[in-house]
Write a protein that binds this ligand. Structure first.
Ligand SMILES: [Zn+2]
Ligand SMILES: [Zn+2]
Length: 256
């Protein structure tokens, strides 16, 4: 477009000049040479940026985006775990995981099917809403499941090493504290990979494992309750017990 305008104007100014041009030969040579240099520099710049800078920027941008999404998935897991402890209806499903009276690698797999399906659905909605790439979900899931198996293992790290790692990630000690029957400890250390979210939102318990402690819950803690039918019914049983307790409490309050 600009070149068409240039040609039209060259013709017009030649046909009907506004003022006389005395040095057009020298000026044209200088002016077109400058244009040639400028265009050359810009072209070289474009080639350099396309070849060397753009791929670097693209790489950094992609890497930054992937790191941000990885961190986001970890915050999401912290938040959802906390919600499952906070809301009775959600806790009723999570109760199965916490009712294990001993903790080892198999505890990682102890979740009620309701909880698994609910968690999966929420996670699918979250990933879709934030357009998280499938490869990243696979990477995060691999890290999270591997760490979670380790967190539940009946093998605690030497104290010093555990203390150093706990500054960054959730260690077996931190997650074992989450399975101790004292409510104060059960409702802490919700993190999946990084321990920063618990520190940031005041749910971090950093103490050593109590010498005298019970794993599990103060209810559903009888060894004869370790059977699949009982465990599958635990959410309903929990809600019934909770409602009975609430009704008894409200009757007491009414009679005062
Ligand atoms: Zn929990
Ligand atoms: Zn656990």
């Amino acid at each position: 477009m600009a070149y068409y305008v240039l040609i039209i104007m060259l013709v017009l100014e030649h046909v009907k000049p506004y003022h006389p041009i005395l040095h057009h030969k020298q000026r044209w040579f200088v002016n077109f040479l400058l244009f040639f240099f400028s265009t050359g520099f810009i072209w070289l710049g474009k080639v350099f940026v396309t070849a060397y800078i753009a791929p670097l920027w693209q790489l950094n941008y992609t890497l930054a985006l992937l790191i941000a999404q990885f961190v986001m998935l970890d915050v999401y897991h912290y938040a959802v775990h906390r919600l499952f402890h906070h809301y009775k209806i959600l806790w009723a499903t999570h109760v199965v995981h916490h009712s294990d009276i001993e903790v080892d690698v198999t505890t990682e797999y102890r979740h009620h099917p309701f909880e698994v399906v609910l968690n999966f659905t929420l996670f699918a909605i979250f990933s879709w809403a934030f357009a998280i790439q499938t490869e990243l979900i696979a990477l995060y899931a691999t890290c999270a499941v591997s760490l979670s198996i380790w967190h539940h293992s009946n093998f605690l790290l030497p104290r010093v090493l555990d203390q150093v790692l706990a500054n960054v990630i959730i260690t077996p000690r931190l997650h074992h504290l989450h399975h101790v029957s004292q409510r104060r400890l059960t409702d802490s250390n919700y993190g999946m990979i990084f321990s920063i979210w618990d520190r940031l939102f005041n749910t971090f318990s950093d103490e050593q494992m109590p010498t005298q402690h019970d794993y599990g819950l103060n209810y559903f803690n009888k060894p004869d309750q370790i059977n699949i039918l009982f465990v599958l019914k635990q959410p309903v049983k929990y809600l019934r017990q909770h409602n009975k307790h609430r009704n008894r409490l409200s009757k007491k309050i009414d009679s005062v």
